[in-house]
Design a protein around this ligand. Sequence first.
Ligand code: SAM
Length: 250
Amino acid sequence: MTLGSHISPLSRSYIEQADVVFLLVADGITEQWVAQMNSDVRSLQPYYQTGVSRMLSYQQMVAAILAEVRQNKKVVGAFYGHPGVFAWVPHKAIAEAKAAGFAAHMEPGISAEDCLIADLAIDPGTYGCQHFETSQFMFYKRTIDSAAYLILWQVGVAGDRSLAKRGTDGRYRQLLIEVLAEYYPLSHQVILYEAVTLPIQQPRITTLALAELVTAEMDPKTTLVIPPATKMVANQQMLDKLAALQADDD
Ligand code: SAM
């Protein structure tokens, strides 16, 4: 996620020893940094095209990676954050390589979630934590627990059915608010979060009312964090059963 610090020694060693490295990171400076680690680093950024569905770009990325795997090369896909978190290409590339009989595996990385836990001082274990991709959250009827944290990824493209937009506007966010308003008051304080990708930056931590999301500035890297709005309700029946068990044990 952050240039210079968020890479494990093992991941770095794989990159250095690969025949070819496919790279998808947040910015050009980070690309240059990784390019110093191997003489054949190929950016996956050019596969993104304005107005073209991201799914098509993703399929082309997987095809490019697999073409090199099929030539029996040592191939690394280096993705920002955790390659397995809200990321289709790494999972798909590994599954296809395995299905074709090649050895393939994923190394974990430091995701946006890890950074927000640190920067916002949130422990997902305190109240529980739910994660959804924002558009999926809008497209499907989901049940959420307003006593736990809710983290919505890709909020900058909320509601984009084409998968081709770089961002969606207030009209789309108004519909997101409509879904969220079933669970939260419009005055509920939420957080727009952006982890730093360069060590000279400061994280973006914008606290605002749910209703203000309509006009808020969004970026492809913005994540929406919704703190709990209600208190956890005790499950008295279960507590009673557990008390009975405890009494038997004692
Ligand atoms: N694999 C990535 C990870 O582990 O963080 C996530 C990739 S997902 C396709 C893109 C979404 O991740 C963004 O829309 C945003 O919700 C989140 N994200 C990516 N970069 C971020 C950053 N710098 N700060 C906060 N969230 C970020």
